[in-house]
Design a protein around this ligand. Sequence first.
Ligand code: IDP
Ligand code: MG
Length: 145
Amino acid sequence: MAIERTLSIIKPDGVSSGVIGKIIGRFEEKGLKPVAIRMQHLSRHEAEGFYAVHKERPFFKDLCAFMTSGPVVVMILEGEGAVQKNRDLMGATDPKKAAPGTLRADFAKSIDANTVHGSDSLENAKVETAYFFRSTEQFSYEWKR
Ligand code: IDP
Ligand code: MG
């Protein structure tokens, strides 16, 4: 499988409940390496731009309000099949439906406060990683391979 890059966000609930380290630990255990990372309090403009694909959905306003309610951790994860691997580790959008052992089953409180974001396709991963990080902010493990 190809080496991919995907965007992960630890949402405000994950940050405030003190599980940043546990979440990143799970990624690293499964071979997803952070190659860019930053803590940031999103502005409304930044959140609305990021979630623009959902702007017609009924939950858009609440989603943007939640995502700007406190700091988040944005990061790029690199690894074999990183896009799908990250989605598998996250679990279903609604934590009540997320499989046991997934991040959302273990840490999320509700469908709004569902702890993590992950790109849902390689195409979206390219757009989303570029939304938050310039190429000069992305580390490369090339020299180790
Ligand atoms: P995903 O995060 O699992 O990819 P999306 O469908 O892309 O799910 O939705 C983006 C985010 O919007 C979700 O993570 C969740 O926080 C929120 N969301 C999605 N559907 C609902 C809903 O029906 N009610 C409230 N919030 C929702
Ligand atoms: Mg999504």
